[in-house]
Design a protein around this ligand. Sequence first.
Ligand code: F6R
Length: 608
Amino acid sequence: MCGIVGYVGPRDAAPVLLDCLSRLEYRGYDSAGVSVLDGRGVETRKLAGRVAGLRDLLARAPLHAHCGIGHTRWATHGAPTERNAHPHSDCAGTLALVHNGIVENADVLRAQLERTGHRFTTETDTETLAHLIEEARGATLQERVLSALVRVEGTYGLAVISETDPGTVVVARRGSPVLIGVGDGEYVVASDANAVLPLTRSVVYLNDGDIAVIRPEGYRVFDGEAQPQDRSVDDVEWDLETLALGGYPHFMLKEIAEQGHTVQSTLRGRLLPADGTARLNGLNLSPARCARIRRIVIVACGTSWHAGLVGRDVLEQLADVPVSVEYASEYRYRKQLRVPGTLTVAISQSGETADTLEAVRAAKAVGSTVVGIVNVVGSTIAREADGGIYLHAGPEVGVASTKAFTSQLVALLLFGLYLGRARGLSVREGRALAEELARLPDLVTRTLALEPQVRALAEQYADAGNALYLGRGVNFPVALEGALKLKEISYIHAEGYPAAEMKHGPIALIDEHMPVVFVAPRDHVYPKVVSNMQEVKARGGGIIAITSEGNGDLHHVADHQLRVPATSPLVSPILTVLPLQLLAYHIAVLRGCDVDRPRNLAKSVTVE
Ligand code: F6R
């Protein structure tokens, strides 16, 4: 989704901005642009297309200045054309502005601004912001931005430069992240910490409602009432190496392959096997408070929602507490019930997903305590939650989420252990699970060794037009996740279903052209799943079974078997999902798809 950058300092701004923008490409975008403020005024270069194209454009028509802003746009209002690409300008062409988010009252504002003589040149909602600032009163750009934003409904993370304030970038945020990277005598602004890493690891995260003024001599942060604020300077914990391909052809494959390490990072220092529990310092929930929880509501989107479905089984079984799992986008618009003793758990890789963030706010508004299970440190959900568990999986660059999913499951298991032990789970049961979790990095690495088999299978199924993924119990969300991975990167239509539901409709689809993937490790529902396989086989469907090592009874029913190490049922989704990630990846590559940048998708969905 859209990315913002800005620079103030002694270097030539345009190459810095391009470098920062290239680090936001993974988020998904369709056009790009930069504006700089040089001695003559604001100069802009933009186009529909990639940052590489913008780099060529700047090579042909260079810009030299020490202050500038840049943007990658993911179209919402108006087609992905050069005209609609950011930065946008006012009538006089004296300012330039980049914006993430949505101006919800853009139509009303546009009509008002046109009545007072403003001429619009784009179809975007963002252009209204440029004209509002042009019209606003104030001695400085900061004052004019502040006064303009009073009229705006919706969300924004924005950066502005203006001829009236040479050498200055003004940024503001409401609902869309903005941070300032603090370098040595230079400052870089971005919507995502990845962008600032070439210059600095020290960042200041703005709060909602903040506005900041960045000049060569320093930066200042103000709240919505223009009162100066002290915001802490945090360290970004990952480095540039983690953002490089490191010899892999795609980030998705790299991130799949590193899951032995990433699950280890999520576990590190948290597992207490002797006590059969977990140490979760950031949770801010004492055992006494855990004992008082009466229900848990999990809110999330997409892959994180699938993790939530696994989490329901984990928390219900370990902590004996009722759990419901909600699509954040639906939950936020339903009537929220004020049920005393409710704990809301928000799961989000990015920590910026607009719907999940609003679900968090809605839950807090009815008095619920909120725990965040988040990967990106310092992200909005992490900061607005009352406590949480960071995944520590490192930056996830591939648009299709892989390592974040397995780390989310690990975090939910750790949470289940901690909560369970506070609510009656015995030390013996806790120890058994903790010991299994301690083995997990090794089990993950062993499972990933299935890759050659999965690749061979991908060759056989790369031309499929459809696929069904089936599983029961805790394996059903894995089926959903396998289907989502396949459809989002290979564009093959795939559906996940609870295996027994198949005969209530989808069974009509089954013939010799329909591959059916069963997630079927040895657990208490396994015999039932084998019956479901027989139903598919009887109708000619091809069966791929993801089952447990040592399981020898599927030869007569499954066409292909991928066997993952045997483990406890609640841990098994972390293993069974791995061949499904690899299958989707290899099929997509064989079909020539752009795996790391699937069409229409964005990494972090910051609009609703
Ligand atoms: C799928 C995928 C998305 C995200 C969803 C939520 O591969 O990545 O479905 O899981 O957009 O994103 P986060 O977890 O950042 O809230």
